[in-house]
Design a protein around this ligand. Structure first.
Ligand SMILES: [Zn+2]
Length: 234
C-alpha cells in the first residue's frame, strides 16, 4: 500500500480518469457480461441458503411419494445410468432416451430433450411458473438447480416436485417397458396430478379434508348375481 501511494502520478499523460467495467477485458460495458455477473451472484445466494431449502423440502404440500422421490434426487441416489455404469460393466452411462449425453440426474430431469420440452410446456401453460428465472433454471448445476427450485414459493415447489415425479415415471416406462411417451402426454398427466394435489392439500390445510373425504358404507343388503360370468363369456 505504501509503495502504491509512493508511486508518482504521470504529469505528461493527457488521458483523464474514467470508469472501467471490470468484467470485460477492455473495460467497456457489455450487457452479456453483466448477465453472467448477475447469474454468479444469484448462484452464490442459492448455495448459501441450500441447507434451509433442503429442510423445507419435507414441508412441501404434496403427497409423500413426491417428497420421497425428491429426497432421493436431493441425495443423487436414484439408479441413473451414469451412476450404475460405475459399478456394473454391462451398463452404459449414455442416456438411453436420447443417446446424446450420460444419463446423470441433471440430464434426466432437465436437459434430456423430452424433459426440457415438458419444462417448456410448464413455463408456457402453468400460471405459477412465471416466478422462475429461466436463465438460472436452465444453467445451474444439479445442486444449484435443486436448491433454486426449493427456494421459490410453495406454489412452484408443488409444480416442481410433481413434474419431477412424472419425468421419472415416464423415463422408467421408456427404459423398462420400451414405451415411447410423448412429452405432451406426460404434461397432461402431470397437470391432472398437479391440480389434484393442489385441491387435496388446500382442503387439508383448510381443515375440512376429513369431513369431505368420501367414506365407504356397506350396502343395505348383499346381492350376488350369479349369472354375470356367463353373460361375459357369451
Ligand atoms: Zn437424454
Amino acid at each position: 500500500m505504501t509503495d502504491i501511494l509512493a508511486t508518482p502520478l504521470s504529469i505528461v499523460s493527457k488521458d483523464e480518469d474514467y470508469i472501467r467495467w471490470k468484467e470485460s477485458k477492455d473495460g467497456k460495458f457489455i450487457i452479456k457480461t453483466s448477465y453472467s455477473l448477475l447469474l454468479k451472484s444469484e448462484c452464490a445466494d442459492i448455495y448459501q441458503s441450500s441447507t434451509v431449502s433442503w429442510k423445507l423440502m419435507w414441508k412441501i404440500r404434496a403427497p409423500f411419494k413426491y417428497r420421497m422421490l425428491m429426497w432421493n434426487c436431493v441425495h443423487e441416489i436414484l439408479p441413473v445410468a451414469a451412476s450404475l455404469s460405475q459399478y456394473i460393466d454391462t451398463i452404459y452411462a449414455q442416456c438411453s432416451r436420447c443417446s446424446s449425453a450420460p444419463e446423470t440426474h441433471l440430464h434426466l430431469f432437465r436437459d434430456c430433450w423430452e424433459s426440457s420440452i415438458l419444462w417448456s410446456y410448464i413455463f408456457k401453460r402453468v400460471k405459477n411458473a412465471k416466478e422462475v428465472h429461466l436463465n438460472s433454471f436452465f444453467r445451474l448445476d444439479w445442486t444449484g438447480w435443486i436448491n433454486y427450485n426449493l427456494s421459490l414459493s410453495m406454489d412452484w415447489k408443488v409444480v416442481f416436485i410433481v413434474a419431477i415425479w412424472h419425468i421419472w415415471k415416464a423415463r422408467n416406462r421408456e427404459v423398462f417397458d420400451l414405451k415411447m411417451i410423448k412429452p405432451f402426454s406426460v404434461y397432461n398427466t402431470f397437470y391432472v396430478n398437479y391440480m389434484d394435489t393442489n385441491t387435496i392439500m388446500q382442503a387439508k390445510a383448510a381443515g375440512n379434508w376429513l369431513q369431505k373425504s368420501p367414506t365407504w358404507k356397506p350396502p343395505a343388503a348383499w346381492f350376488i348375481d350369479g349369472s354375470w360370468k356367463e353373460r361375459d363369456e357369451a
